[in-house]
Design a protein around this ligand. Structure first.
Ligand SMILES: *Cc1c(COP(=O)(O)O)cnc(C)c1O
Length: 355
């Protein structure tokens, strides 16, 4: 076996996916399973859709192309508003995308017409998070342009929360989205099929029964993959969290002082570290570092181990409080949050194995 390795529990991911899908189905909400956190590893995405979601969504067109090439036939949606330079590939590989720019829309229509193709879009509405989306006051003008783009089909409207501004979804905001959908529907003269009310952070409204009935789609990644809700900073009680464990091998175990000796400058990442003097402590170095994962996004499975810090290739651990003294060659297990997972799945140094 090779370390560092990420051991993925497909059964737990499948269970998370079924639970989220079943709960949402009761409220007539479809799930688009968001695969960007696992770089479309086809066994993981397989587990995500087997649970019930009907659409796969990813922020990278390259990932969607990969999904298609590995045999995924169901609808695929591009989550990052497209670059004009990728529109040609977009209509070839994806069924739907998110849209917020009139200029891009007009280009998309032109390319669809030229290639005798069509493409569905969800118009993103910015309800305050200040990442992508047109402002509510711009809806009429955008719809005007949409009408003049007959090769592009407006599938509906959508919103993002918690991506830049950290805003949380509320009943008012999602009711507002439903109202905007009605306006666009009147304008276009055909029904809006997808009223896309956000991501994992919108699930609490479904769970507590307050999700406005207009919302019929959520785009869910984090809840399925890690069972957590970063926007609300919590674990989701009805889902599994330990869906993947990172394993790394110890390459040094020694007792050392807890404060560096001598004058302290900047570390390799331009930060000036601070230390608390806890005397001599038993510490271990694991052979995993910032090139393998985002160190801030992991915590040891054994709560008696503390992460002291890390560099490109080393993770430094305080192991003084472990029940028995570890040895070089031992494996340490780390639980990942969404950022930790994303970084581990995109690192060429990490082997992915399945439980
Ligand atoms: C990543 C992403 C999602 C999924 O968010 P989660 O919090 O992982 O559920 C949904 N929509 C867009 C536009 C995204 O980029």
């Amino acid at each position: 076996m090779k370390w560092p390795r990420l051991v993925v529990d497909l059964k737990k991911i499948g269970e998370n996916s079924s639970k989220v899908s079943a709960m949402c189905k009761r409220e007539n909400i479809d799930i688009a399973a968001v695969t960007k956190g696992v770089c479309t590893n086809s066994r993981i995405t397989g587990a995500m859709v087997n649970g019930g979601p009907s659409i796969l969504a990813d922020s990278r067109l390259a990932n969607i192309v990969h999904l298609r090439r590995t045999g995924f036939m169901d609808p695929a949606m591009l989550l990052r508003i497209p670059m004009i330079s990728e529109l040609e590939d977009l209509i070839q590989w994806a069924d739907y995308s998110l849209m917020s720019s009139e200029h891009t829309l007009i280009e998309l229509n032109r390319i669809c017409k030229r290639d005798r193709s069509s493409h569905g879009i969800i118009v993103m509405i910015d309800l305050g998070d200040l990442r992508e989306g047109i402002l509510p006051s711009e809806v009429d003008q955008f719809a005007d342009t949409l009408i003049r783009c007959p090769y592009v089909r407006c599938m509906g409207v959508g919103v993002n929360f918690g991506c830049y501004g950290g805003t949380l979804p509320t009943v008012e905001k999602l009711t507002h989205l439903g109202k905007i959908a009605k306006d666009v529907e009147k304008f276009m003269g055909y029904p809006m099929e997808m009223i896309s009310g956000g991501a994992t952070s919108s699930l609490p409204l479904v769970k507590n029964g307050t999700m406005p009935s207009a919302i019929n789609q959520l785009r869910i990644g984090e809840a399925i993959l890690t069972g957590t809700d970063a926007s609300h900073n919590c674990n989701i009680s009805y889902l599994n969290q330990q869906t993947m464990i990172m394993e790394a091998e110890l390459v040094e175990v020694k007792t050392k002082p807890s404060v560096p000796l001598g004058e302290i400058g900047f570390n390799a990442f331009g930060e000036k570290p601070h230390f608390v003097d806890r005397g001599n402590r038993l510490r271990a170095i694991a052979a995993v570092g910032k090139q393998d994962l985002r160190i801030g996004g992991v915590k040891p499975l054994d709560e008696n181990i503390k992460i002291l810090g890390g560099s490109s290739d080393h993770l430094i651990l305080d192991v003084e409080d472990m029940g028995s003294r570890p040895h070089t060659g031992d494996i340490v297990k780390l639980v990942l949050d969404y950022g930790g997972m994303l970084s581990a799945c995109t690192s060429p140094y990490v082997t992915i194995d399945f439980k």
